[in-house]
Design a protein around this ligand. Structure first.
Ligand SMILES: [Fe+2]
Length: 293
């Protein structure tokens, strides 16, 4: 089993084979069809991850989780989640079979609909999945979407994604999403905290991102991140850290077009590189990835 708990590749083209009947790729969650075994997988993951949240997740994640109809005993019903979420930030959770094409993904986000995988990983795959499942999507993303700043940022990302696709610069924008919404860290009063869904839905990466000496922890810089490749098959080699979650609000209103121009044709940075101009909070040893090469 690969020690990888989340491969949140939303938006990667799923191919025509997986296309459901509706044009927006949504399906009914079919909540009544979940089996006792599937609810038990959720319960195991929920309880294991909930023990890691205090002192690791940012306070906005904890607040969102507290106010949502989510518990250990059963996989949440998306309609009940959406009732609460819509009242707070205008977002809804809609069910999809798995990965959806980029433009479908962006279109949902731009309209404040979060497409969540309706399936749950198998009991023999607790720490590895290739597509985002209901645990990653709901436990990882939905509590943060209760926060108005993150909610606005993700909508702006959806709108920006549609534009970036037309301009042919999607990889640059996708890195921003990856290093914030999926794998972001933030400084809070008591220390570094997780707000990235890919981290907080992963047992091993919740430990690795904060405690392990291997990864770099670098202050977030937009142009830097747009040029930085990322790992989809392992933990991140570098995490980018916001000074404040509210910084995302500013990021949501930035005009990316001149930035795309400024990074066009420039070298791409390897995931583990540290640059002289980086604001390094902790320089990693790189030992984790060196051992695997
Ligand atoms: Fe995700």
């Amino acid at each position: 089993m690969k020690p990888r708990a989340s491969a949140p590749k939303h938006g990667l083209a799923a191919g025509e084979a997986g296309r459901p009947e509706r044009a927006d790729w949504t399906v009914d969650q079919g909540w009544k069809r979940y089996t006792a075994e599937e609810h038990a997988v959720w319960k195991f993951l929920f309880e294991r991850q909930s023990r890691l949240v205090p002192g690791r997740a940012c306070r906005e994640f904890e607040a969102g989780m507290r106010d949502l109809p989510i518990g250990a005993d059963r996989i949440p019903d998306f309609r009940r989640l959406s009732d609460v979420l819509a009242r707070r930030t205008g977002w809804q959770v809609v069910a999809v079979p798995g990965l959806v094409p980029d433009e479908v993904f962006f279109e949902h986000l731009a309209n404040r609909r979060f497409p969540a995988g309706r399936f749950i990983r198998r009991a023999d795959q607790l720490d590895y999945l290739e597509e985002p499942d209901v645990f990653h999507d709901v436990f990882g993303h939905v509590p943060m979407l209760m926060n108005p700043t993150l909610a606005d940022f993700v909508q702006a990302y959806g709108e920006g994604g549609l534009r970036a696709q037309r301009l042919g610069v999607l990889p640059n924008l996708a890195r921003v999403y990856w290093y914030t919404v999926e794998f972001g860290l933030v400084r809070q009063d008591a220390g570094l905290r997780i707000y990235g869904s890919g981290i907080i839905s992963s047992y091993a990466e919740s430990l690795f991102a904060l405690d392990d000496p291997s990864p770099n922890r670098i202050r977030f810089d937009l142009a830097r991140v747009m040029r930085t490749r990322y790992r989809i098959d392992d933990f991140q080699e570098s995490y980018f850290v916001l000074d404040d979650l509210e910084d995302l609000l500013e990021l949501a209103s930035v005009d990316f077009a001149p930035l795309y121009e400024s990074v066009r044709g420039l070298a791409e940075w390897e995931p583990g590189i540290v640059l002289p101009e980086d604001g390094v909070l902790s320089r990693g040893t790189g030992s984790h990835h060196a051992a695997r090469r």
